[in-house]
Every structure is written in structure tokens, then in C-alpha cells.
Design a protein around this ligand. Structure first.
Ligand code: C2O
Ligand code: CU
Length: 487
């Protein structure tokens, strides 16, 4: 196997970068509200989008758009979202980073079938515990958790890669009083950046290897699948290489890597004349204890970083490019900021941001080992955890509620490992101290090739079955997922 897969080349002319304005995903309005809960409805459906100028691209979108509308929630207010499925295939909705009861977490066989068709018994979904809905399902998110940037996306067994690639992803922001009390940039100066890569076929559609809506079994390893699907067009909030005008003030960039497989290392070009490019204030699971400065920030699939960039350090008129140091050619650039005017700035980065209780090694009652490697299982090759592909009948771990555990991951190649339900802290990386970017609460950690990483977590909130998996969407579809059950 190879560590760098072939990048799919678009068969259409690509637009010049930094011409199209950045779009901010619109906010989803609740359909009803009471003292405790906000109710929403989201319909996944086929739609036509204009992503490259003048080209029509068929997508699968929540509400027919990509990315979907942003859900805005307050900590402790329950969001109840009815997901309707008007697509020709089953769907599963998962709130990534949400502390969610198991029946609403989007276990990969808890399908929402299309309104008609798809007798699930004929399609390899032989999970006796699966809860199958037809047409729609209500997902209940208590959101009893810290303010953080979460995202929702499709999570159907064996089919996450193609479904998310076609557009099934959106942001879900959780806010709370603790964060609101901080003098961070807000309003127009708080900018979500959902970064993805795609390739376009000659007819304008997204190019994806062996995209087959009837695919329900683990596909064979192809070159494209081995590394995950990589495109040559970088989209930010669905716009190719956008440009965004900013005042010469601090901005809060809430960055999500929603790509199937691509990793980014983001930097500013030119770098600011003094000091580091980014001050990180938050991670997957919300605010850090205190800010951390970085010249560049790396993100694997599904990781989020919450960073402050002070454009006040640049002269008015400067064009600042957000570059990707891990890309080449068209994927070396992400977007551009144009610094347009001076403006008073009353924002600040407080030296103390949040309470983050450090979990200590001595608290752990058990250490579990999981190896993430490619290999053979029966007559198939795939991506495996502990030598097994995903099997709904096999429970890889049964943590007890309230227990602190260390999970030790080893990897052959890059694998961004994600746990549902549990947020964790990185305890060690390659037998050394964690990287500065590992600070705070995480739900996804990128393993480097050959590396062993220890994470520590306390299992809390709900009893039931959840999954953990590689968030390289193609690796996940090819089996690199397993069940754990909190008891
Ligand atoms: Cu972002 Cu199991 O998912
Ligand atoms: Cu992987």
C-alpha cells in the first residue's frame, strides 16, 4: 500500500483562485421552541449546485445545499432534529462531537430508509439490534456539553465516504455563558471555515471512484481507496478558493477539516511581521485552558481548531493567503483574506480561557490497545482495527460509566481516530509529550505513520453502543470502525 494516494484530477477548467466571495452557511431556524428544546427539520435531498462558475453539479444536500445550514444551540437546551430522507438511498445522521444518547447517535445500521423502496433485508444490513426508520427519524441532542464547534454528517455503514463527498455535511455550533463572557471577536469577525476537497468530472458532477448508490459491501482496495479520496479543488464553505474582506482587527476562525481524506497544514502568506500567525483558543471539544501560539495548524479529517488571527498586524491593502503546506499545485492554496480598513478592536485573548480538568494517568482503571492497520480478513483486504473489519456483532470494548480509561492506538499509516460520545485528552504521542496542537478536549486525533498515541477519557452520560473509527472516510467504509458499549 502507498501513503500518498493519487489525487483525482478534475476534467473541467478550474477557476482562478481568490475571485469568488466566501459564503457563510445560513443558520437553520427552529420550527418550534419551548422552555427546554428547539425543534428543527432537515431534509436530505438531491439538488443542483453551481460550485465552479457556470458548471452544474448534482449534490446530496441537507436542505439541498452544501454545506447544510448551521444549527446554533445553547448548552443544556435540547435540540430535536427531524431528519427526513428524500434521497434514493438510506441515510444515517451523526452529530460529530455531540454527547448524544445511543439511539440518536447514528449507529451505522440505524438507517433512515427512503420513503419508498430499499427493503433493508436485501442489502446486507443483518444487524439484529438495528433500529430502522422509514422516511424520517427524530434525533434528540441534549447538548449538555461545553461550547464547541460540532458538525453533522452522514454515517451510513460502508457508504459514509460517497455520501459525505456528495455533500451531506453541516455545522452545529454550541454556545454557553462561559464562552459568551470572554471578549473574543464575534459577529462578522467570527468566521466558520469548513474546508473540503473535491474533483469534478467532465459533466460537472463530483468525481468519486466507484460511486454506486447500491454499494453496500466493503469495496476492494483500489489505489484511490487505499489513501482515501483526494480532490484537486479546495472548497471553503462550498466555494473554490474564496476571498474574504476583513478589517485590520482580530478575527476568530473556526476551522473544520470536513474532507474525506485530505490533511492540511494551514499557514499565512505573508506571515505576520511579528509573532505567530495563529493563537489557538479551542479544539474539537471547545475552549482550551489557555491560548497556544502556532505558526501553522495541522488538521486531519474531522478535526477542528478555533484560532485567532490578528489582521491588525498587516497594513491595509495586504492580501493574506491561507496556504496549505501539505498541498502541491492547486491544493497548496485554500483562501485569501483582503485587509480593507482600520477599525477599533475591543476584542482580546484572555490568558485564562476555560476550566479544563486534566485527566491523570493514575486515574485510569484500564489501558486498552487498538492497532489500526490494513490487512486481510477472509478473502478481502481492508482497513482493520485489531485485525478485524467493522462487524456490528462484535463489541471491542465495554467501558463502565464513570471510569477513566487510557486507549492506546498504534497505526501503520496516517489515521485520524475518532471516538463517538467521549471527549478525550492526548496523553502521549510516540512515547513523548503530546504536540502543542493536541491541547484541550479532542474527539479526533491524527496518528502519524508508525506512531503510538495514548488518549485518556472518562466515559460518562449514556449507556449504550457507539462506534470509534478512522475518520478517513474511505478507510472507515473499508472496515476501520468498531463498536464499544458503555455499561
Ligand atoms: Cu464524524 Cu463517526 O464521525
Ligand atoms: Cu485511516
Amino acid at each position: 500500500h502507498t501513503s500518498t494516494g493519487a489525487v483525482l484530477r478534475s476534467a473541467v477548467p478550474l477557476p482562478a483562485p481568490f475571485q469568488l466571495p466566501l459564503a457563510i452557511p445560513p443558520v437553520l431556524e427552529p420550527v418550534a421552541q419551548d422552555d427546554f428544546a428547539d425543534r428543527y427539520e432537515i431534509t436530505a435531498r438531491e439538488a443542483m449546485a453551481e460550485i465552479l462558475p457556470g458548471l452544474r453539479t448534482p449534490i446530496w444536500g441537507y436542505e439541498g445545499i452544501f454545506p447544510g445550514r448551521t444549527v446554533e444551540s445553547r448548552r443544556g437546551r435540547t435540540a430535536i432534529i427531524r431528519h427526513r430522507n428524500e434521497l434514493p438511498v438510506p441515510t444515517v445522521a451523526h452529530l460529530h462531537g455531540g454527547r448524544t444518547p445511543p439511539e440518536s447517535d447514528g449507529y451505522p445500521t440505524d438507517l433512515v430508509l427512503p420513503t419508498r423502496g430499499w427493503d433493508h433485508g436485501h442489502h446486507g444490513m443483518h444487524d439484529p439490534r438495528a433500529s430502522i426508520a422509514r422516511g424520517s427519524r427524530e434525533y434528540i441532542y441534549p447538548l449538555d456539553q461545553r461550547a464547541a464547534l460540532l458538525w453533522y454528517h452522514d454515517h451510513r455503514m460502508d457508504f459514509t465516504g460517497p455520501a459525505v463527498y456528495r455533500g451531506l455535511a453541516g455545522l452545529h455550533v454550541v454556545r454557553d455563558d462561559e464562552e459568551d463572557a470572554l471578549p473574543l471577536p464575534r459577529g462578522e469577525r467570527e468566521i466558520p471555515l469548513l474546508i473540503t476537497d473535491r474533483a469534478f468530472a467532465a459533466d460537472g458532477s463530483f468525481d468519486y471512484p466507484s460511486l454506486d448508490p447500491s454499494l453496500t459491501t466493503v469495496p476492494g482496495v483500489t489505489d484511490a481507496y487505499a489513501a482515501g479520496v483526494l480532490g484537486d479543488v479546495v472548497l471553503v464553505n462550498g466555494v473554490p478558493w474564496p476571498v474574504h474582506e476583513v478589517s485590520a482587527t482580530r478575527h476568530r476562525l473556526r476551522v473544520l477539516n470536513a474532507s474525506n481524506a485530505r490533511r492540511y497544514e494551514l499557514a499565512l502568506d505573508p506571515p505576520p511581521p511579528d509573532g505567530p500567525a495563529f493563537v489557538q483558543i479551542g479544539s474539537d471539544g471547545g475552549l482550551l485552558a489557555s491560548p497556544v501560539a502556532h505558526d501553522s495548524i495541522a488538521l486531519a479529517s474531522a478535526e477542528r481548531h478555533d484560532v485567532i488571527v490578528d489582521f491588525g498586524r498587516y497594513p491595509v491593502g495586504t492580501e493574506v493567503t491561507l496556504v496549505n503546506r501539505l498541498g502541491t499545485g492547486s491544493t497548496a492554496q485554500v483562501m485569501r483574506f483582503r485587509v480593507t480598513r482600520r477599525e477599533p478592536d475591543d476584542s482580546a485573548i484572555p490568558p485564562r480561557l476555560s476550566e479544563v480538568e486534566p485527566l491523570r494517568r493514575e486515574q485510569a482503571v484500564v489501558t486498552r490497545d487498538f492497532a489500526f492497520r490494513s490487512g486481510r480478513h477472509g478473502d478481502r483486504r481492508g482497513w482493520l482495527i485489531g485485525g478485524r473489519p467493522f462487524d456490528t456483532g462484535y463489541v471491542a470494548a465495554r467501558p463502565r460509566l464513570g471510569d477513566v480509561e487510557i486507549w492506546r492506538f498504534v497505526a501503520d499509516l496516517h489515521h485520524p481516530i475518532h471516538l463517538h460520545l467521549a471527549h478525550f485528552q492526548v496523553l502521549s504521542r510516540g512515547n513523548r509529550e503530546p504536540h502543542p496542537l493536541d491541547a484541550g478536549w479532542k474527539d479526533t486525533v491524527d496518528l502519524q505513520p508508525g506512531e503510538a498515541v495514548e488518549v485518556i477519557t472518562r466515559f460518562e452520560h449514556y449507556r449504550g453502543r457507539y462506534v470509534f473509527h478512522c475518520h478517513n472516510a474511505e478507510h472507515e467504509d473499508m472496515g476501520m470502525m468498531a463498536t464499544f458499549e458503555t455499561t
